[in-house]
Design a protein around this ligand. Structure first.
Ligand code: UGA
Length: 435
């Protein structure tokens, strides 16, 4: 099938490449010339395991191309809209500028029978509004909402074989037609039994934001338990293991630590609350607490580091990890980068290292001292903060680290280190929510 993908960021670039990998003929459209040039050369403009290989294969096969020219979307039958919905400056609501512009830009190029498919995360009500716009401008064209659940670091696998598909479609025969088109797009995964939920627009939009709200709540729940554990001498990691054995609760997304960040969870819970406020509902008031618990964890690490060195000003801090999670170079709303910046503001000399995110972080926080490797960052440190759980940090040898630092102090911001082993090597080793 001929497919266009409008917006080639994390979501769109991966979606375009994976759709071509599945055998479709795909054109990716983006306004950013640099991004289009990189992608056209078969290179991923960001770090995502597995993506370079898929891009290379797909561009070589001739089934995938990228352009800045929206008119090249003409001729595709399905048009995915995968642009960003950032937080609006000065408010918590989602900024729909790019979604609206993408749909407006597509309108002159739509033909009868085309389906515009929204993948961006949007406030409930957006799809119904945009469906009117599409139908009014291009009779015979229609719109569906098909939210995306991919995780950075696993984006290729999540796109090719997701947990489930959700289609928000209009009622009646139009909905059946939209469903058939999406089924043809996702034929490969559907053939292996991937569940698919066909529903109305509002439900599809809400599935996406409520899934992220639930995940954020789960993380903040365990981080709230970490606060209680800190006050009572309990161990939140054992608590998580124990409650996680209850299949109704489950162990995943119960890792206490420095909290969640990234381009999705923080902004999505805020936009979801803003939408509920618009609807005059208090139902999501608890998400303000989810957000507050999350942000307190960052503060906790800053305070702990400050206390350990007896005042951050003039101290040397080594920060290992800047990305919001491992296997990513994404530093959007990264708790690690936030902590590093705050300690710098308090007058510490902050040496930082991330295996992939040094470059992306340096664009946002050039004031930090970027080390080429962990060893350089660690040399002479008064305290070490492990803030992103990259494999190489989990595997650090306490003796080796001990021979590099000035003072043997370490904070495990992700609860991934064996504190007993670090203490045995003479470290004052602290976890979050652990004695
Ligand atoms: C999240 C969702 O997991 C995806 O399903 C969704 O598609 C995506 O947002 C999106 O809306 O686009 P992602 O932002 O890639 O995916 O990252 P997650 O794996 O959800 O992690 C988010 C943050 O939570 C990270 O900072 C991570 O370190 C933190 N986290 C995660 C914890 O602090 N504890 C945990 O137990 C799990």
């Amino acid at each position: 099938m001929r497919i266009s993908v409008i917006g080639c960021g994390y979501l769109g670039a991966v979606h375009a490449a994976c759709m071509a990998e599945l055998g479709h003929d795909v054109v990716g459209v983006d306004v950013d010339e640099r991004k289009v040039a990189e992608l056209s050369a078969g290179r991923a403009p960001f770090f995502e395991p597995g993506l370079p290989e898929v891009l290379e294969r797909a561009t070589a096969s001739g089934r995938l191309r990228f352009t800045t020219d929206m008119s090249e979307a003409a001729g595709a039958q399905v048009h995915f809209v995968a642009v960003g919905t950032p937080q609006t400056a000065g408010s918590h609501a989602a900024d729909l500028t790019y979604v609206d512009a993408a749909v407006q830009g597509l309108l002159p190029h739509l033909s009868e029978g085309d389906l515009v498919v929204g993948k961006s995360t949007v406030p409930v009500g957006t799809a119904a509004r945009l469906a009117e716009v599409v139908r009014a401008s291009s009779p015979g064209a229609d719109l569906a909402w098909n939210p995306e659940f991919l995780r950075e670091g696993f984006a290729v696998a999540d796109t090719v074989s997701p947990d489930r598909f959700v289609y928000g479609v209009p009622a009646g025969a139009d909905g059946e037609r939209a469903t058939a088109l999406l089924d043809a797009v996702y034929e490969t995964a559907l053939a292996t039994g991937t569940p698919r939920i066909v529903t109305d627009y509002a439900t599809a939009e809400l599935v996406k934001v409520s899934a992220n709200a639930f995940l954020a709540t789960k993380i903040s729940f365990i981080n709230a338990m970490a606060e209680i554990a800190e006050a009572t001498g309990a161990d939140v990691t054992q608590l998580a293991d124990a409650i996680g054995h209850d299949a109704r609760i489950g162990r995943r997304f119960l890792n206490a630590g420095i909290g969640f960040g990234g381009g999705c969870l923080p902004k999505d819970i805020r936009a979801f609350q803003a939408r509920a406020d618009e609807l005059g509902l208090d139902s999501l008031a608890f998400l303000a607490d989810v957000d507050a618990v999350n942000l307190r964890r960052r503060e906790r690490v800053v305070t702990l580091a400050d206390e350990l060195v007896g005042g951050a000003a003039g101290s040397r801090v080594a920060v290992l990890g800047l990305a919001f999670k491992p296997d990513s170079d994404d530093v959007r709303d990264s708790p690690a980068l936030d902590v590093a910046r705050r300690l710098h503001e308090m007058g510490a000399h902050v040496a930082v290292f991330d295996p992939e995110a040094n470059v992306t972080a340096a664009r946002l926080a050039p004031q930090l001292d970027y080390a080429p490797d962990a060893e350089t960052a660690l040399r002479g440190a008064d305290v070490v903060l492990v803030l992103t759980e990259w494999r190489e940090f989990k595997a650090l040898d306490p003796e080796t680290v001990g021979s590099l630092v000035a003072q043997k102090r370490i904070v495990d911001g992700r609860n991934v280190l064996d504190l007993t082993a670090w203490r045995a090597a003479g470290f004052d080793a602290r976890g979050l929510g652990r004695p």
